[in-house]
Design a protein around this ligand. Sequence first.
Ligand code: SF4
Ligand SMILES: [Zn+2]
Length: 356
Amino acid sequence: MSQPSPESREHGRGMDAHNAVMREVRARNDRTYDPHEPTRVWLDEDRTPKGVKRSLTIVLNTGGCRWARAGGCTMCGYVAESVEGGTVAHDALVDQLDACLAHEREHAAEPAPLVKIYTSGSFLDEREVPPESRDAVAETFADRERLVVESLPDFVERDRLVDFTDRGLAVDVAVGLETATDRVRRDCVNKYFEFSEFVAASEEASRVGAEIKAYLLLKPPFLTEREAVADMVASVRRCAAHAHTVSMNPCNVQRHTMVEDLYHAGGYRPPWLWSVVEVLEETADADAIVVSDPVGHGSDRGPHNCGECDDRVQTAITDFDKRQDPSVFEQVACDCETTWEAVMDRERSYGMPLAR
Ligand code: SF4
Ligand SMILES: [Zn+2]
């Protein structure tokens, strides 16, 4: 795993301080999980470069992300759902796969052509998913068309991808880049890698014919609404050169995170859905599929507007995901747009004291 710069690791400052806070926040969690059960599984439809496909989405419980155990990202509560101890045995992972297949058989007439596998970490990290388990996953889904696997850029290596590409599967690596701006990724998200490493991972993937799906985060903590929107518009454009799809996740307030502490202290509001719309409209001409699936929309902890229009705006966003046509947003309007515009104009960043 790549290391952040020495400056950002300085004891008690920068990333070191972020990690210390994150470890303390996470230590308040005392729930435990069964290693034989997947974290989540569901059926849906997704836009792919080959059109809209039925999908099976699986969140495997692998013991979670090693960066999260070091402290991890300010908004990420996924590690709280992971099995304690950081590893899950091959047999247990196979049980999880079986449970997912049983779920699919029960709820769908036919197997989905698209399978998306997340781990709340990195599927390609062999500490999370050992080679024999990766091979078992590839064998299980060899008859599908397309597979999406989640990974941080460090673990994107061609030897790990050929398990899938050699079986004739189209492969996308889903990378949680969060933003194309290194400073925002480091200081607001507390993520350790740089944009150049994301680019290198996309080049490595393309050597075996695999592709990249970039995940961005709208409104990490410490940015104003306007700064967050501007950062996303620029990030979508920069990512489009290296990824066929950019999926923008509006930040939501997850449990056991620094964002949750800020939220309770009145220091964080999830993004407005109008901000999601603004980014999608502004980047509709980008050379990539741009989608967004706001989680927890309309709730106080999720991206939200005024409470009256949230469902309508969310429906328009879902519509946009499938059709990539910004005219879907012409049909939604609400008085709260005026409030959002005022927020965009007037919100200012924290005024930190210069000295004490
Ligand atoms: S966002 Fe990704 S890299 Fe960050 S702590 Fe969560 S799982 Fe790990
Ligand atoms: Zn409204």
